[in-house]
Ligand binder design. Structure first.
Ligand code: FUB
Length: 358
């Protein structure tokens, strides 16, 4: 993702609100209300990918730090250098920080910026998937392994062949097949791969063709070894209710970054962030490849620019893990949270307001 220096609509709305109410930033922050509280306060965390392993919840978040890098349109200020793995025996229970599970210095091919990871389990091994820029400043996706869900993880010597962009989300279907969803536009570089090879001087945002189909998230099957792609990377096509692909100009609905997949009552729920419009949205399909029919927003914007989530079932209830900037008030110093998520009888997802308003 990136945070544009002048992010028109939202910034102006916030400014107008602040001016009309006569409030300083600090006064506005103190008036904020929250649906949930940060899960951990000792470090900044974001992009929480939650999984249930051995009856416990393990969370694989980004570890936000202040690297002293000024905010820019490329997201350079998100300069994370390691991952801490967290666990909880129960929702609302204490959170254990298992310490550094993977450090950038132990990823031989990495350059900078360890962004949103995910994890999976197969045949006695845990796999940590992570996006990081290589030494040419191109995002690739790597994988690291461990016998323990809390790590430490050992990185493979090279990125996954054929991988690119950011935000891997790994989903194992009920038949045991595993898929990776990945990609993010703007700072996530997805638009630079539109021709199949990386265009270093490509667009900074999207493809700039407003009336054409939006760039798609990607999906690929993983081989049984969980270390390689099995076959071609395909587009995750999101269509509207008359089965037309969403367009580039449709910023309220099109995919931006931060995808996730969960299966509920035989349907495949593709969920994602709309980025510059700050929604979490969902689209439903009949198989892991799609197409997915856009159904709506299920979380209103959080405090902060980015919004990124995961959805997990634990002891018969569904939960969404997400982040905001409650602790710091700063875009790049985020904190993870959790709240319950409800599916309605018709399969729709109840909308969540992270400010707690009904
Ligand atoms: O944490 C860095 C980036 O911000 C993630 O990769 C995006 O999903 C956004 O949350």
């Amino acid at each position: 993702m990136i945070k544009p220096i002048i992010e028109t609509k939202r910034v102006w709305l916030l400014l107008l609100y602040g001016l009309s109410a006569g409030l300083t930033n600090a006064q506005q922050a103190s008036k904020a209300t929250y649906l949930s509280q940060p899960l951990i306060k000792s470090i900044y965390t974001a992009d929480p990918s939650a999984h249930v392993f051995n009856g416990k919840i393990y969370i694989y978040p980004s570890h936000d730090i202040d690297a002293g890098i000024a905010e820019n349109d490329n997201g350079d200020h998100f300069a994370m250098r390691d991952y801490h793995i967290l666990s909880m025996d129960k929702i609302d229970g204490p959170v254990t920080d298992h310490g550094v599970g993977l450090d950038i210095k132990n990823i031989p091919w990495a350059g900078r910026q360890l962004w949103a990871p995910d994890a999976a389990y197969k045949n006695g091994t845990y796999y940590l998937y992570f996006p990081v820029k290589d030494k040419n400043d191109v995002f690739r996706i790597g994988v690291a392994t461990s016998k323990n869900p809390a790590g430490p993880f050992k990185a493979q010597p090279q990125p996954i062949p054929g991988s690119f962009s950011i935000d891997p989300a790994v989903f194992t279907d009920t038949d045991g097949s595993t898929y990776m969803y990945f990609g993010g536009i703007w700072g996530g570089q997805l638009q630079r791969w539109a021709t199949g090879k990386y265009e270093a001087n490509g667009s900074k945002t999207d493809l700039m063709h407003d009336d054409e189909p939006a760039l798609s998230c990607k999906v690929v099957k993983l081989k049984g070894n969980m270390l390689e792609f099995d076959g071609k990377v395909k587009d995750v096509v999101i269509v509207d209710d008359v089965h037309k692909p969403l367009l580039t100009k449709d910023h309220n609905r099109r995919f931006f970054e931060g995808s996730w997949m969960h299966k509920y009552k035989g349907k495949y729920y593709f969920t994602y962030s709309t980025g510059d419009t700050h929604f979490l949205a969902y689209a439903v399909g009949n198989n892991p490849w799609g197409p997915f029919v856009y159904k709506g927003t299920f979380m209103k914007p959080v405090e902060g620019w980015t919004t990124h989530h995961s959805i997990v079932e634990f002891k018969g209830k569904w939960y969404i893990f997400y982040h905001d900037t409650q602790l710091s008030g700063k875009t790049h110093l985020r904190n993870i949270k959790v709240t319950e998520l409800h599916h309605n009888a018709d399969g729709s997802i109840q909308i969540i307001d992270p400010s707690g308003s009904k």
